[in-house]
Design a protein around this ligand. Structure first.
Ligand code: CDT
Length: 321
């Protein structure tokens, strides 16, 4: 019997700064109910799904923004989501800002089973943007100021398969999927908030949708896993966020895709057994990978052009010119 997990990608439209947690949770519950009606086993919400994307603003005292963080999960405002999930028998994925008892701040995602029990937790590894105030930008991207980095990519047992979590910018790094793939991940959930305007190089603005799909799709194919990418979309406090939430099959094909920038649910029946079509053939890691040739992937961080290559390029009339 095939292992089918019916997954809902529950994109949300924008969340404004003054929207309360209870208002947002009500929206998430409405999407969860739509998921239940559509036969979903699991509904996937975006990154930082409970608040506006607050790293777009600078405050001198970071603690002023601690109200955007959750100190407990579930807490009083989020308990109704857990209760409704358990009542409906539907699991969910949720991204939120986490403040730990010892004062650490993380960009976090959890996966909750159909009984309302948290079965997996992940803290974002790749923190994009900058750590300092850059007033020349239309808006800031201060994840490196507000968050501490997470430590690694784990996988979890749930819904009959191996589940993996990553968050937004993680999806642009092939290492993310491969580390999950090396742990047998069959279904990766990735929430995102992606401003369409990229201040350091605005020529990329028109390519945001293409780059989003390129990364999610190739991550799915090259690791033989389902990938569920879910956005918080639309005009949030004057910042236009990419939508284009979608579910990708282990073949890399699109199984379901959102077409709006509002609260929207799309559903796909994800057959986890399809992963083996890729994991056991072209991407049979145990048979084909050559880790002995991949040293620089873990030994070095930035680019090092080998000195002999650099020298050849500097030598007028030499081999490199
Ligand atoms: N949330 C998040 O990680 N967004 C980033 C924006 C990159 S530009 C600073 C992303 O990769 O989509």
């Amino acid at each position: 019997m095939n292992r089918i997990v019916t997954v809902g990608a529950a994109q949300t439209g924008p969340i404004q700064r003054d929207d309360t947690r209870s208002e947002v949770v009500e929206r998430l519950i409405a999407l969860l109910r739509r998921g239940a009606d559509a036969g979903c086993d699991l509904v996937v919400f975006p990154e930082l799904a409970l608040t506006t994307f607050f790293p777009r603003w600078w405050v001198d005292d970071r603690a002023e923004f601690d109200h955007f963080f959750e100190t407990e999960m579930p807490g009083p405002d989020t308990q109704p989501l857990f209760d409704e999930a358990a009542r409906l028998g539907v699991g969910f994925h949720l991204g939120y800002a986490e403040l730990t008892p010892d004062g650490q701040h993380f960009n976090t995602a959890i996966v909750v089973d159909r009984h309302g029990t948290t079965i997996g937790k992940y803290r974002k590894v790749h923190l994009p943007g900058h750590h300092d105030h850059q007033p020349w930008r239309e808006f800031q991207h201060l994840e490196r100021y507000y968050f501490d980095p997470g430590e690694g990519f784990g996988v979890f047992a749930g819904f009959g398969g191996v589940l993996g979590l990553a968050i937004c910018n993680d999806r642009r790094w092939s290492e993310t999927y491969r580390v999950l793939g090396l742990q047998g991940c069959e279904l990766a959930m990735i929430g995102y908030n992606t401003p369409i305007h990229y201040a350091p190089d605005p020529s990329q603005d028109v390519l945001q949708g293409f780059h989003n799909r390129l990364c999610l799709q190739s991550g799915a194919y090259q690791n033989g896993m389902w990938v569920v990418g879910v956005a918080k979309a639309g005009d949030e406090e004057g910042c236009d966020l990419l939508g284009e939430s979608a579910i990708f099959a282990p073949s890399g094909e699109v199984a379901a895709a959102c077409s709006t920038v509002g609260d929207e649910l799309v559903v796909a029946e994800c057959d986890l057994d399809l992963c083996a079509d890729y994991k056991d053939t072209l991407f049979d890691f145990g048979y084909y990978r050559r880790p002995e040739a991949y040293g620089p992937i873990t030994d070095q961080k930035g680019v090092i052009v080998p000195p002999e290559v650099a020298a050849a390029l500097e030598d007028p009339g030499g081999e490199g010119t």
